[in-house]
Design a protein around this ligand. Sequence first.
Ligand code: HEM
Length: 106
Amino acid sequence: HAQDAAAGEKVFTKCKVCHVADKDQNKVGPSLNGVIGRTAGTHPGFSYSQAMVAAGKSGVKWDEPTLTTYLHDPKAMVKGTKMAFAGLKDDKDVANVIAYLKQFSK
Ligand code: HEM
């Protein structure tokens, strides 16, 4: 859905202080380039919280359902995450930002 991704690009302005998606680059947060399908806490060169590494080891992979849960309330899903972001309250914003991220994933 091109339209959803365009709306998601606007939502992504809330993420941009910390994340890049259109190229593979870590900032304050890990690169979100190729994040769909990736195991949590595994992007090379980024220093994750223990909580995020543990989430990945317990089998969390980033897909539509897991991203939806995390982006609604990061600290509720990954207790101890160092992502300093309250979450997106609007379901549409979550769906659209995921559509945006899909453009930069296989
Ligand atoms: C981690 C998405 C906003 C900082 C993550 C991860 C995702 C994500 C999917 C896990 C990546 C992985 O496991 O490799 C988003 C989205 C945002 C957003 C879509 C906007 C809606 C922010 C903001 C900040 C931030 C505003 C900084 C204030 C971080 C950090 C981590 C992280 C530091 C690593 C967490 C940890 O190791 O516990 N983000 N993020 N993010 N994000 Fe965000």
